[in-house]
Structures are given as structure tokens and as C-alpha cells.
Ligand binder design. Structure first.
Ligand SMILES: *[C@@H]1O[C@H](CO)[C@@H](O)[C@H](O)[C@H]1NC(C)=O
Ligand SMILES: *[C@@H]1O[C@H](CO)[C@@H](O)[C@H](O)[C@H]1NC(C)=O
Ligand SMILES: *[C@@H]1O[C@H](CO)[C@@H](O)[C@H](O)[C@H]1NC(C)=O
Ligand SMILES: *[C@@H]1O[C@H](CO)[C@@H](O)[C@H](O)[C@H]1NC(C)=O
Length: 359
């Protein structure tokens, strides 16, 4: 009798121990899982000696207040795509009071500011103004002038400048193999809902087609198809949708990455040369009129030696394909913000946002 009671208790204890072991194993597998969700932060508190968790909790929390244009991506992509791991990105607004930085997408802010955080801002917290558009496409909202601590923009003088940059090679290398070309001159009109080009760009195009055939791709091309299409052209019209200093977008990076010569219309040539060698592109201002440009392109079509000179820069620089998928439109910018906040702790106030941006 006593013996079977003992057996019963023993079985119970074993079951209990087994369950605890299973629960612990489950938790630790969750902890080591790379998609460990932020909202389980309570769990972190009771597991103080898991090294990975300790590291994570030391990283500053960066709260993304709005998903820009609802283009959500997996925050792990910052690690996968850019090896950026030095902050903890979250979109969980309940972490507001802990967030070292709050990333606020300009275009999503209501006119009356009613969708901005309403609880008091902790003393250590910095608000980041996230706007990748040019002044032409940025509406002024009253009351934002001195709300932010950091600016994120394509501008070089932003606190967090964002762009796809060439990187210098450690030593000159690699013969460039020209992709197979099927067309002389192309133009890609993306996003029919937005103005793909400026008034200057449209009128330049209208004059250019009088002298040379332009293949217009009037669809939104993504990923491999985008780069393949561009690479099939010897030249690509890389016309910015508005003309501002430093406003040189992916429209310029695409052809460089694809092995195609961009013909740029945007800020002055000197400004382009801040970002790429002057021999990597043709600027419309290099010619007195579109006819002269057409002449050169037709000549280069016959003279492959002269054409290849536009690629000598490739011995010295590498160029990276930008992300073309819709949901990744803001991934680079958001990851850069994470990187910045992970490295810099400075106190700062943007005194007059619009004076800086629209000057
Ligand atoms: C984990 O923490 C507990 C108490 O917090 C401590 O007794 C134990 O030694 C720690 N284990 C390791 C491996 O650090
Ligand atoms: C497109 O450009 C025209 C002329 O520049 C302008 O009037 C119009 O508002 C623009 N549309 C959009 C959606 O930006
Ligand atoms: C591009 O397509 C839109 C509609 O899809 C059309 O209105 C427009 O005229 C087209 N533009 C060109 C240059 O083919
Ligand atoms: C951030 O900016 C606000 C508003 O200008 C200011 O009150 C606050 O002290 C700044 N905080 C930091 C950490 O720079």
C-alpha cells in the first residue's frame, strides 16, 4: 500500500519534472530563435544569464511610429541585408517610454499632428524626422519646425544621410564584362501615380525623341527584371522627378549597378560627381541641346571602344544593387537610422526644420 503510494508520487514528480524540462527547452529555443519577438521582453527579465538576451537588452530601442506607406518588412532584414544589428527596432508603441529614438515618417503625419505620440517625451528620447522626398514633394505641416532631434534624408548634410553609394575597391581589379545590349536608349516610367520626371525632364524627352529612338518601359519593374531590362540598354535616361541639390535617387544607381550608362537630368554635374566618377555618366548639360546629345549617342553606338570608356571606373569602385521590391522602399533608410542610433548618443535639437530643408 505504502509502496504503491510512493510509486504514485514518484510518477507525479517525474511527470512534473518532465513538463518543466520541456517548458524550459521550449523557452530557450524561443530565445535563441532569430525572430525572437520584442513583446516577450518580460521573459528576458527572468532569464538574466542568457548572454544573447543580455546583449539584446543593451541595444537602444528604436520605435518606428508609422510604417511608411504601409510598406512593412521584417526588421531582421537590417541584419540580413546590411549587417546592421546595433539597435532593437520595433513597431510596438507600448515601448514608447523605453525608446531611445522614435522614427517618424513625415508623409504620414496628420495636418493637426493628432497622430504623433501624446505621452510626454522622456528626456533621453530623440525623435527622427524620416523623409526621403525632395522639397517639391514634401508638404509643410505646421508645428513640426522644432519637434525633432535628428533628420534623415537623401541630403548629405542630414544627421542620417541615406543613399546607395559606390564603394572604393581596395585595389583596382576585375575586367568588366559588358551585359548583352539589345537597345540603344531606354527610359523607365515607374509609378504612374507619381510624377516620374520633372517638367524639365518631360520637355527634354519630347525634344530628344525627334532625333533618336527611345524605348519607353511603362511598367513597374521589380527585382531581377528591373536590372535585366536596364542592362539590355546601352544608355538609360535617369531623370529625377524634381531638381534639388543632392537629390540623386535610385534612378541613377540602377543603371550603374546594371552596367548601363545613365544620362542624367537633375542637379548640376558637379553635384553628381560628389557621388560618382564624372566618367560614369552623361549629363544633359554637357550638350547645348538634345540634338547634340542624340548625335553623340548615335556615334557611340558605332564606336564600342569609346563607349567602353564609360565603364573604366569599375576597376576602382563597386556598386550595389538597390532594393526594388515595394515593401523594401524604406528598408535602407530605417536600417540606417538603427545604425546611427546604435552608435551616436548626442543631444541635439533641430531648431528650424523647414528653414534647413527648404532653404
Ligand atoms: C544564472 O543566474 C543564477 C541566479 O541569477 C545563478 O545562480 C547561476 O549561477 C547563473 N548561471 C550562470 C551559468 O551564470
Ligand atoms: C505632376 O506634375 C504636375 C506638373 O508639374 C503637377 O501639377 C502635378 O500636381 C503633379 N502630380 C503629382 C501627383 O505629383
Ligand atoms: C503609360 O501608361 C499610361 C497608362 O497605363 C498611359 O496613360 C501613358 O500615356 C503611357 N505613357 C507612355 C509614355 O507610354
Ligand atoms: C529633442 O528635441 C526636443 C524638442 O526640441 C528637446 O526638447 C529635447 O531636449 C531633445 N532631446 C534630446 C535628447 O536631444
Amino acid at each position: 500500500m505504502a509502496f504503491s503510494l510512493f510509486r504514485l508520487i514518484l510518477t507525479g514528480v517525474l511527470l512534473l519534472v518532465g513538463t518543466i524540462v520541456l517548458v524550459l527547452m521550449y523557452n530557450s529555443s524561443l530565445l535563441s530563435h532569430k525572430y525572437f519577438p520584442v513583446r516577450n521582453s518580460k521573459l528576458l527579465a527572468v532569464q538574466p544569464n542568457c548572454t544573447m538576451v543580455t546583449q539584446q537588452s543593451n541595444k537602444p530601442v528604436v520605435l518606428l511610429w508609422f510604417w511608411p506607406e504601409n510598406k512593412a518588412f521584417d526588421f531582421q532584414d537590417c541584419k540580413k541585408l546590411f549587417k546592421i544589428t546595433n539597435c532593437k527596432l520595433t513597431d510596438d508603441k507600448s515601448l514608447y517610454s523605453k525608446a531611445e529614438a522614435v522614427l517618424i515618417f513625415h508623409k504620414a503625419i496628420y495636418e493637426d499632428l493628432s497622430n504623433l505620440p501624446t505621452s510626454p517625451r522622456p528626456g533621453f528620447q530623440r525623435w527622427i524626422w524620416l523623409n526621403m522626398d525632395s522639397p517639391t514633394n514634401t508638404r509643410q505641416i505646421e508645428g513640426l519646425q522644432s519637434l525633432f532631434n535628428l533628420t534623415l534624408s537623401y541630403r548629405r548634410d542630414a544627421d542620417i544621410p541615406v543613399r546607395w553609394k559606390l564603394t572604393a575597391k581596395k585595389q583596382p581589379a576585375e575586367e568588366f564584362v559588358l551585359p548583352k545590349k539589345k537597345r540603344l536608349l531606354c527610359w523607365i516610367l515607374e509609378n504612374s501615380d507619381l510624377n516620374t520626371t520633372s517638367v524639365e525632364g518631360s520637355s527634354y524627352y519630347a525634344k530628344l525623341v525627334e532625333y533618336i529612338k527611345v524605348h519607353v518601359f511603362n511598367t513597374t519593374l521589380k527585382g531581377e527584371r528591373y536590372f535585366q531590362t536596364i542592362s539590355s540598354c546601352k544608355f538609360l535616361l535617369s531623370f529625377e522627378n524634381s531638381i534639388h541639390k543632392d537629390y540623386i535617387s535610385e534612378i541613377f544607381n540602377g543603371p550603374l549597378a546594371a552596367g548601363t550608362v545613365p544620362i542624367v537630368l537633375g542637379p548640376p554635374r558637379k553635384n553628381y560627381e560628389d557621388f560618382a566618377p564624372g566618367t560614369a555618366f552623361i549629363h544633359v548639360s554637357d550638350f547645348p541641346d538634345p540634338m547634340k546629345l542624340a548625335d553623340l549617342l548615335l556615334r557611340l553606338d558605332e564606336d564600342s571602344e569609346a563607349y567602353m570608356k564609360y565603364f573604366t571606373w569599375r576597376q576602382f569602385y563597386t556598386v550595389r544593387r538597390h532594393l526594388t521590391e515595394e515593401n523594401h522602399k524604406y528598408t535602407h533608410a530605417i536600417c540606417q537610422a538603427c545604425y546611427h542610433v546604435g552608435l551616436n548618443k548626442e543631444y541635439r535639437v533641430v531648431r528650424d526644420l523647414y528653414k534647413w530643408f527648404y532653404q
